[in-house]
Design a protein around this ligand. Structure first.
Ligand code: IMP
Length: 203
């Protein structure tokens, strides 16, 4: 069994990742709860940079293979904002309601309300091999907040082909289609290949 550490402190993300990744033979999953690591400052200018930065830094601290993820919302009519600033779009401390209010304000009178969520999952191995998978969920920004489920921009995001916002869906319904599910689901396929080839165990 090779140990792989999930590089997130967020219990919700940890539970979702473990659900997607469970049952992979040859891997014993470790989490922040049983293998603590320091905070990593997200200084990158893309989701890709931040996901790799987190995975490489936590690998450096723990010596374990690390799977990290970075995600956010992109609105083309706003030049890709909020992008990597999704969490702190309206400033510190992180406040989802204030972020959503700012997004609606910036989009007021804007006809093009297309948006997408992007998640990048990065796997960093102690011998320096790195692997990346991306997941995207396309949709549009609603005219006002709807629903109480999920987190972040979910009350404003209507997936393509849907009428409900993500916050009006069940958690299971959201998680079936989410950008995070797609990125980590793709990573699952890659991990199975790395186990089979012996690369994950290294040596
Ligand atoms: P994180 O770095 O993956 O925690 O995501 C950064 C920010 O992007 C979050 O604080 C949210 O504002 C936003 N975000 C990422 N994924 C989602 C999602 O699935 N729903 C709503 N907002 C999200």
């Amino acid at each position: 069994m090779t140990q792989v550490l999930l590089g997130t402190k967020n219990p919700g993300k940890t539970a979702e990742a473990l659900d997607i990744l469970s049952g992979l033979p040859g891997i014993r999953w470790r989490t922040h709860a049983d293998c603590p690591f320091s905070d990593v400052e997200e200084t990158g200018s893309t989701f890709l940079e931040n996901a790799l930065l987190k995975a490489a830094t936590i690998d450096g601290e723990t010596g374990l293979p690390v799977l990290s993820e970075d995600a956010g919302l992109e609105v083309p009519a706003l030049g890709g904002e909020p992008g990597v600033r999704s969490a702190r779009y309206s400033g510190e401390p992180v406040d989802y309601a204030r972020n959503n209010a700012l997004l609606l304000e910036r989009l007021s009178g804007v006809a093009d309300r297309k948006a997408r969520f992007v998640a990048v999952a990065a796997l960093w191995l102690p011998d320096g091999q790195a692997f990346v998978c991306t997941g995207v969920l396309r949709g549009r920004i609603a005219d006002s907040s709807r629903g109480t489920g999920g987190f972040g921009y979910d009350p404003l995001f209507v997936p393509s082909g849907a009428t409900k916002t993500l916050a009006e869906m069940t958690l299971a319904g959201k998680n079936e289609i989410s950008h995070r599910r797609r990125a980590i689901g793709r990573m699952r396929t890659l991990l199975a290949d790395l186990v089979a080839s012996g690369d994950l165990a290294g040596g």
